[in-house]
Design a protein around this ligand. Structure first.
Ligand SMILES: CC(C)(COP(=O)(O)OP(=O)(O)OC[C@H]1O[C@@H](n2cnc3c(N)ncnc32)[C@H](O)[C@@H]1OP(=O)(O)O)[C@@H](O)C(=O)NCCC(=O)NCCS
Length: 181
């Protein structure tokens, strides 16, 4: 994938491209700078140790970053499940820095990420999202993800209450050629 320039609704232009190993420290910095609100429905903490586990297996990921002013302001990635019985399937996560929420960056990053997944002939993506995370659900639905199930009380919020979590899925290549590969 080439580098993609996107003008956001806040007038700022970001660059979206694949994550390179030399971006590690900048990605660690982005996760360290996320506000409590940005990780409200996530699985914090996003420590160096956690990210190092991604970096150690980069061949299993399709990973994109968005840059503004030489800083990473968004990260979206697919984990490609390496087990043969999970061939062509993967999980998706996305985190946008709070200064760039709701200005179209998440939508732009996911469009690019799904394009790459389709180019790689991936078949299916799965994600879990807390049912209260309305903005994320809206973006996933815009991308074609469908709600496939509800996990009652699966997420224990920082405020001390249980929340439902949705399982969402997207079939990328209904008649994907990978099946015969
Ligand atoms: C969820 C997230 C990835 C979305 O990315 P984003 O760049 O903020 O979203 P975008 O600006 O591309 O799109 C937001 C959409 O949601 C809509 N939206 C915003 N708030 C909403 C709400 N409370 N209810 C419903 N829709 C809402 C917007 O109108 C927009 O839709 P539109 O394009 O049809 O107008 C981003 O906000 C984020 O990183 N949040 C924190 C981390 C997180 O929750 N990650 C997902 C964990 S599963």
């Amino acid at each position: 994938m080439e580098l993609v320039r996107v003008k956001l609704r806040n007038g700022k232009t970001v660059i979206i491209r694949r994550f390179w190993p030399k971006d590690k420290e900048k990605l660690i910095e982005m996760y360290a700078s996320l506000s409590n609100e940005a990780v409200q429905w996530g699985m914090p903490p996003y420590t160096r140790e956690k990210l190092e586990r991604w970096f150690a297996n980069l061949e299993n990921y399709i990973s994109l970053v968005a840059f503004y002013d030489n800083k990473i302001v968004g990260h979206a990635q697919i984990y490609k499940n390496p087990h043969p019985r999970r061939k062509g399937t993967g999980g998706l996560i996305i985190y946008i820095h709070q200064d760039f929420h709701n200005v179209g960056l998440g939508t732009s990053m996911l469009k690019q990420l799904l394009k790459l997944a389709r180019e790689e002939k991936m078949h299916r993506l799965t994600l879990w999202v807390v049912a209260d995370n309305k903005r994320a659900i809206r973006v996933y639905e815009k991308m074609g993800f469908k709600i496939e199930g509800i996990m009652k009380d699966a997420y224990f919020g920082a405020e001390g209450n249980y929340h439902d979590e949705l399982v969402m899925g997207l079939i990328l290549n209904e008649r994907g050629s990978h099946r015969n590969m």
